[in-house]
Design a protein around this ligand. Structure first.
Ligand SMILES: [Zn+2]
Length: 374
C-alpha cells in the first residue's frame, strides 16, 4: 500500500523508530506505543499514518476524552504565565480583526467553552455558538453568558467569526473539513485557526490524536488551498495563529512548488532522537524526581518513568494539593533545595525562563535542551 500525504497526495515515508515511543492523548493521558509517523516526500508535512488501526485508536481516545480534569474544565494556562490561552487569543482577535460590535461566533471543537467564555467577556453583544463531536460538555457551555447553542450536526446558517482552536491538527480529511467550514461561512466570515507549532512544541509528535504536525511552511501550504490568508503569527509561545477568509474555489495540490522533504525529514528524525536521549537521561538518573507541570509532557514522562516520580510541580495555584497519576501536586517553594531533583519537560526557551526565574535558588534541575529550528 502506498501511503499518501494528507496535504498534497504525494508519497509519505515512515520513521520507524517512532513506534517504540509511548504516546499520549491530547487530554494528557499516556497511551500505548506502536504509532506510525511519516513525512511527505514533496511538501514535507509531518503526519500520522492514517489507517484502520489509527482511526480506531483515535475514536477510542475521543470516547474517553476528559479535558482539563484537574481544574474542572477551566481553560489551560500558558506555560510560565497565569494568562489563559483563551485570553491571549481574544486579545489577538481584538487587535487584528476589526470586528463589529455585534455578530455570531462559532467555535469549532469548543470543548468546555474556555474560548467562548473569554471572547464573550470582551465582545459582550456577540452571540456564541459551539460545535463539537458530542454533547458531553453542554452542562459547562450553557453557563456561559450569551451562549446560544451547541451543534453536533452541521448548522444551517453562517457566522461572522469561525474559530478553530487546537482542532485542525485532529482533522483526517482537509477537503471535507473545509467544505464544512465553507458551508457555514460567507465571503466576509473571518476564520481564525490556531495549531501547535512543530518548531517549539517539542512533545507534540507524541500526541496520538494529533494527526498533523505543522510548522510555518507546511501549515501555509496546507491552508492556502482553502483560505485567503490575512494574518500569520507565532506570538503565542508554541502556537501558530492564522486568520483568513474562505476561498471561492478550493485549489489542488499544484500550489506546492518547492520541496521541503529533506529539511522536514531531518527535523522529524532529530525530534524523535530527542525522546530517546531523554529516556536515556532519565534512566541514568538514580534519584527520584519531581516533574514540572501536569500536562502532556508530564504524562509522557509518567508513562515512561512512573516509579521514579515523587510528585509534580505547578505554578497554577488551582492545581496545588490535587493529585496527578496518584502523586501530589506541589508548588516549587515547598521543595527542599538540597534534596529534591526537578525534571523540566519543556523546550529550551521555557527551560531558560525557569532557570532564570530561579537563579538564586539552588534547586537541582534536570533537563535536556532541544535543538533549535528556524
Ligand atoms: Zn505532501
Amino acid at each position: 500500500m502506498i501511503l499518501k500525504c494528507l496535504n498534497c497526495r504525494e508519497k509519505i515515508v515512515e520513521n520507524i523508530k517512532y513506534k517504540k515511543l509511548i504516546r499520549v492523548s491530547s487530554d494528557s493521558k499516556f497511551f500505548k506505543p506502536d504509532g506510525k509517523i511519516a513525512c511527505c516526500i514533496k511538501c514535507g508535512l509531518i503526519q500520522k499514518v492514517i489507517n484502520k488501526k489509527y482511526l480506531s485508536e483515535i475514536k477510542k481516545i475521543y470516547k474517553n476524552y476528559e479535558m482539563y480534569k484537574i481544574t474542572k474544565g477551566d481553560d489551560q494556562r500558558l506555560s510560565g504565565g497565569l494568562e489563559t490561552r483563551a485570553r491571549r487569543i481574544t486579545k489577538i482577535i481584538k487587535k487584528n480583526l476589526n470586528l463589529k460590535k455585534n455578530g455570531y461566533l462559532i467555535d469549532i471543537g469548543c470543548g468546555t467553552g474556555g474560548f467562548l467564555k473569554e471572547f464573550g467577556n470582551e465582545f459582550k453583544a456577540w452571540q456564541l455558538y459551539g460545535y463539537d463531536i458530542n454533547k458531553k460538555n453542554h452542562k459547562h457551555l450553557k453557563k456561559i453568558k450569551n451562549f446560544i447553542k451547541l451543534y453536533t450536526q452541521k448548522p444551517n446558517n453562517t457566522f461572522n467569526l469561525i474559530s478553530i482552536i487546537h482542532t485542525f491538527e485532529h482533522v483526517t480529511d482537509h477537503f471535507s473539513f473545509f467544505n464544512f467550514i465553507k458551508s457555514i461561512s460567507n465571503k466576509n466570515s473571518k476564520i481564525f485557526i490556531q495549531i501547535p507549532n512543530f518548531k517549539n512544541s517539542t512533545y507534540d509528535i507524541l500526541i496520538a490524536d494529533h494527526v498533523t504536525h505543522f510548522d510555518k511552511r507546511t501549515i501555509l501550504s496546507t491552508l492556502k488551498k482553502f483560505l485567503n490568508i490575512e494574518y500569520y503569527s507565532e506570538e503565542i509561545d508554541k502556537e501558530i495563529s492564522i486568520v483568513g477568509t474562505i476561498k471561492n474555489n478550493f485549489e489542488n495540490k499544484k500550489k506546492i512548488i518547492s520541496s521541503y522533504y529533506i529539511k522536514s525529514k531531518s527535523k522529524l528524525n532529530e525530534r524523535i532522537q530527542y525522546f530517546f536521549n531523554l529516556k536515556k537521561l532519565l534512566s541514568n538518573t538514580k534519584n527520584k524526581i519531581y516533574v514540572y507541570g501536569t500536562t502532556i509532557a508530564s504524562s509522557w514522562i509518567t508513562g515512561n518513568f512512573r516509579s521514579k516520580i515523587k510528585g509534580y510541580i505547578e505554578d497554577d495555584l488551582r492545581k496545588i494539593n490535587k493529585t496527578f497519576y496518584g502523586k501530589k501536586i506541589v508548588n516549587l517553594k515547598h521543595l527542599n533545595e538540597k534534596k529534591d531533583h526537578i525534571f523540566l519537560p519543556f523546550n529550551t526557551e521555557v527551560i531558560k525562563k525557569i532557570l532564570l526565574k530561579n537563579k538564586k535558588a539552588k534547586y537541582k534541575f534536570l533537563y535536556l535542551n532541544d535543538k533549535k529550528y528556524n
